[in-house]
Design a protein around this ligand. Structure first.
Ligand code: MSP
Length: 504
């Protein structure tokens, strides 16, 4: 039976258009999901829209629209963006979906029956932008420590989830398992949030755009408790490939990865595991990535007016270039920059110089020396024998980096591999060779381009298709096919994969 892999992104707030920061999270999820497919896994990839809450309701009112019409329109635009970026998600979960709503309501009732919920009054600080509660000491200069915006005083009746009793448990879970990666984020989470862990206010009464609880119609469920459960309810959708039990039961052997930006670790690594624990479910594995930041090193965001629309970038440079840049140039886990200048440097320095040129040089040699037909390999080529071991090692290192979700390291392996093959052309100087020696070198080049393209295929989704078409192969793109021989194929025509660009 095929191994199974379940991957999720946060579900995005449809209060505004998505920008390149959101695209980053989703592209990483798409990369790992496609990689796992290539490794023979059956995969399921969930993304979606977090459609309830005060922020969304206020935005809809401002736009003179009913909230449901407003979020429907926005969510449609999200789905369109994902299609344009080549994202292969299986489910797009909207929290206004009936199945989701029912599950969240029932889940509230169950928690209530089991004694995990009590009614009281919440008096404290709230950041509407992050939909998050804060204590006085958590503020930074009197403002929200995460987004820097004003917080408001809230005082209203609320139901509370008894999470403070799990303080020691969650501390231990975080410190002794790999619930949160990278590991260095654990300490700051414990210091900033867990040491002061209080019961969580899980209903609001001052607005009504949310999931009403059955027990008390004035209350809607706190948007984070609503949204987090999407990772469960996605599995209730008719298109779901896996079942809730399969993924979330304690003995599940489905590999699971949840990607989040670093500012929402708190919700995913405290509240979410505690909810799962209460439900008797397994623990998640959360991979926290950094932000795309502006020149000042601040998170790129709509409110600062410095966001970049991914559609503008892919219209100019193509989606493969953007996907490659974000995976390769932002160290997974750390903050990173994006600018058109940096993107062009990457396109020229790596995609053109190293990959596209290798294909173009090989194509023109095979046309010139062998009428466009891939020759057989008859003899060993000394320079190739010298690097073979290194190539195996790089391939294994790539696999290890991917299995550890070290995405930005994985591309460095592919680059190294490509450099060795370019070096092989320089060392063997095929244009000075003839007969079996020349043919064998050309055959090696084709085989190695095939291997490199397999490694690049979960990132360069269009380019890899071009290259496989050039090689006239419709072999399944599987990791295990690396090293399978090409003989006697007639090359199809191929255009330049990437063109050198001028830095503006
Ligand atoms: N709706 C919540 C998530 C609920 S999940 C149960 C939310 N939505 S969001 O739209 O504000 O952000 C979603 C994701 O986008 C987060 O992982 C966040 O880190 C990511 N990004 C938003 N801006 C970003 C950057 N500038 N850079 C990188 N990622 C960024 O939070």
């Amino acid at each position: 039976m095929a191994k199974k892999f379940y991957v999720t992104t946060p579900i995005y707030y449809p209060n505004d258009k998505l920008h390149i920061g959101h695209a980053y999270t989703t592209i990483l999820a798409d990369y790992i999901s496609r990689y796992k497919k290539m490794q023979g896994y059956e995969t399921m990839f969930v993304t979606g829209a977090d459609e309830h809450g005060q922020k969304i309701q206020e935005k809809a009112i401002k736009s003179n629209e009913e909230p449901i019409n407003f979020v429907s329109k926005m969510s449609k635009s999200f789905q369109k963006l994902w299609t344009e970026l080549g994202i292969e998600n299986d489910i797009f979960l909207r929290t206004t979906n009936k199945l989701h709503i029912k599950y969240v309501q029932d889940s509230f009732s169950n928690l209530m029956e089991e004694g995990f919920i009590y009614k009281s009054k919440y008096t404290g600080l709230y950041c509407k932008s992050d939909e998050a509660f804060y204590t006085e000491s958590q503020l930074k200069n009197g403002k929200c420590p995460d987004c820097g915006k004003e917080v408001v005083n809230v005082s209203e009746d609320s139901y509370f989830l008894k999470i403070s009793q799990f303080k020691e448990w969650i501390k231990k879970e975080l410190s002794t398992t790999n619930l949160l990666i990278p590991e260095y984020r654990v300490k700051e989470l414990i210091n900033n949030f867990i040491n002061e862990l209080q019961d969580l206010s899980i209903t609001r009464t001052s607005f009504d755009w949310g999931i009403q609880i059955k027990e008390d119609e004035k209350h809607v469920i706190y948007v984070w408790l609503d949204a987090l459960q999407n990772y469960i309810t996605a599995l209730k959708m008719p298109e779901s490939k896996f079942t809730i039990d399969e993924v979330w039961n304690k003995n599940s052997d489905v590999e699971l990865l949840q990607l989040v930006g670093k500012e929402i670790i708190r919700f995913h690594c405290i509240y979410w595991p505690i909810v799962l624990k209460i439900k008797g479910f397994r623990m998640p594995k959360i991979l926290a990535h950094g932000w795309l930041v502006n020149k000042e090193g601040e998170k790129m965001s709509k409110s600062k007016g410095d966001v970049i629309n991914p559609i503008d970038i892919i219209n100019l440079y193509g989606r493969d270039s953007l996907r490659f840049y974000l995976i390769n140039n932002i160290s997974t886990g750390e903050d990173g920059k994006f600018s058109e200048g940096l993107l062009i440097e990457t396109i020229n320095g790596i995609l053109v110089n190293k990959y596209s040129n290798l294909v173009a040089r090989t194509d023109s040699m095979i046309r010139k020396y062998n009428d466009g037909i891939v020759p057989f390999k008859k003899i060993n080529i000394e320079h190739y024998e010298e690097i073979k071991n290194d190539l195996y090692k790089i391939r294994d290192s790539y696999e290890q980096h991917m299995n550890n979700y070290e995405f930005s390291h994985s591309t460095k392996d592919i680059i190294k591999y490509t450099e060795l093959i370019n070096g092989l052309i320089d060392k063997t100087e095929p244009w000075k060779k003839e007969g079996e020696e020349l043919n064998s070198i050309l055959n090696i080049l084709i085989n190695e381009i095939y291997n490199i393209t397999i490694l690049l295929s979960p990132i360069l989704i269009d380019t890899s298709k071009n290259v496989f078409n050039w090689l006239d192969t419709n072999q399944d793109v599987l990791f295990e096919n690396i090293g399978k021989d090409f003989k006697g194929t007639k090359l199809n025509n191929i255009k330049h994969l990437f063109n050198r660009l001028e830095i503006k």
